[in-house]
Each structure stands twice: as structure tokens, then as C-alpha cells.
Design a protein around this ligand. Structure first.
Ligand code: PEP
Length: 251
């Protein structure tokens, strides 16, 4: 049986405290008023400053709460960083690791991403491990090889269907309004599922999200692709009606 879908909103470096409260309350109102609840789990991933203040509201509405990154160490002299146990301490359930913006702008390697994911698991968080090829990688005809390589090198030791989620995010589709074809998404998700069968006992149950310009207009089509078990949503997660429309596209 396919896993229950997960829709995760990556707010990136956006929103003030007041704006964030309004966004979560608007989503919560949609959830409370919906006669049929969406057939997915919902997680929001705000910037660090907004996590603690949103924790109670997210709990009330049944939304998971995720950080956008964590440090690989449990504690220590790492100025400006946040450790996975600190996220767990303020009510987070999830943390994104290895987002392409961190890989490209902060120089994060697969080994660093793996270490962060392992720290997340040790803290009891679900790690959302991001992988994806660049446009040059896609044009090279080796996208699947590249992504599977990244996946196997970034996957935490001890990954299970319960503690790890994979997010396939083609770098060229993030924030661009471009998406791969459903055939390309299907082929990549199948390649990821096949690769997971080696290191993960219950590979069939591990969620593989698609991310990159998911919008209300394309969500249903993308979420219907075999082996797509949800979405990681950037821009559209900042607009309550759009994020909600994506959540309700899950069947
Ligand atoms: C992302 O940042 O993970 C993302 C998928 O962004 P967008 O939906 O805006 O492309």
C-alpha cells in the first residue's frame, strides 16, 4: 500500500511573527471548516524564529512543524547554528536537510547532509532529505544517476519509512515555474524507490515527495504520479488558499 501523502511547506526566509500567525490560523480555519479532511499529513517549515511561537497553533490544528535545517552536532560552540534536539525541544516533528539552496549557497555536501539527517533521527525528528539534479545535470542525460548517487550518500544510517522522507527537487524547477514532465517525475521517483530497496528494509513505505514549482494548477497531476507520496512546496506554501488547494489535491 502506498504511504499516506505528506505535504510540507517550506517558507524559506519569509514572514514576520504577525504574518506567520495569520497564515497558520488561515490554514487552521480551512482545516477546521473542511467537511472532508485532506487525505494527507501537513507540515509547515517556517524560519527558526517562528518555530516556537507557532508550535501550539500547529498542534491545535494537527499540522506538523519542521525546521529548515539543523546542525550535525548535538550541542557546542557553533555560533549561529541550531541543533536537532533544540528543534525537538520546541515541538518540531520534522526537519528539512540538504535543500538545494543550502547545498549550493552554503556548500553543503552529501556527507554533511547525511550527518545532519542522522542528528535529526537521533533527536527523534523525521528528516526530510532533499536531492535533485541541476539543469546541466538534467541536460547531461544522467539525472537519475546523479540523484541516486546523492540519495545513497545523503541517506542517514538507520533510515526507516517512519523516520525519513525523501524530497526529489530538481534544482531547475525550484521557484522557476518550470516542472519536469510527469514521465520524468515518474522515472525519477521509480529510480529513487528502487535505490532505497538496498539500504532501507521498508522501502515501499518510505515517502518520496516531489518539489519544484508545485502549484494548485499542477498539484493533482503531479501527486497522481506513481511513487509520488506528497510534495515539498515553497512559494505556494505562503498563500493559504494555494497551499490548502495543494493539500486537498491528495486523493
Ligand atoms: C522549495 O523551496 O523546496 C520549493 C520547492 O520551492 P518552490 O515550490 O517555490 O519551487
Amino acid at each position: 500500500m502506498a504511504p499516506r501523502p505528506l505535504i510540507a511547506g517550506n517558507w524559506k526566509m519569509h514572514l514576520t511573527l504577525v504574518e506567520a500567525g495569520k497564515l497558520v490560523d488561515a490554514l487552521g480555519a480551512l482545516m477546521l471548516e473542511a467537511p472532508d479532511k485532506p487525505a494527507c499529513d501537513i507540515v509547515v517549515c517556517p524560519p527558526f524564529t517562528l518555530l516556537a511561537p507557532l508550535s501550539i497553533a500547529c498542534q491545535k490544528y494537527g499540522f506538523g512543524l519542521g525546521g529548515q535545517d539543523c546542525h550535525a552536532e548535538e550541542m557546542g560552540a557553533f555560533t549561529g547554528n541550531v541543533a536537532a534536539p533544540m528543534l525537538a525541544d520546541i515541538g518540531c516533528s520534522h526537519v528539512i536537510v540538504g535543500h538545494s539552496e543550502r547545498r549550493s549557497l552554503q556548500g553543503e555536501t552529501d556527507a554533511m547532509v547525511k550527518a545532519k539527517a542522522e542528528a535529526a533521527l537521533a533527536a527523534g525528528l523525521v528528516a526530510i532529505v532533499c536531492v535533485g539534479e541541476t539543469e546541466a545535470g538534467r541536460d547531461s542525460g544522467k539525472a537519475e544517476e546523479i540523484v541516486v548517487g546523492q540519495l545513497l550518500a545523503s541517506l542517514p544510517q538507520g533510515a526507516t519509512a517512519g523516520n525519513t522522507v525523501i524530497a526529489y527537487e530538481p534544482v531547475w524547477a525550484i521557484g522557476t515555474g518550470r516542472t519536469p514532465s510527469v514521465e520524468q517525475v515518474a522515472a525519477m521517483h521509480k529510480a529513487i524507490r528502487t535505490a532505497l530497496a538496498g539500504p532501507v528494509a521498508e522501502a515501499a513505505g518510505m515517502r518520496i515527495l516531489y518539489g519544484g514549482s508545485v502549484k494548485p494548477g499542477n498539484a493533482r497531476e503531479l501527486l497522481a504520479v506513481e511513487n509520488v507520496d506528497g510534495a515539498l512546496v515553497g512559494g505556494a506554501s505562503l498563500v493559504p488558499a494555494d497551499f490548502w488547494a495543494i493539500c486537498t489535491s491528495c486523493t
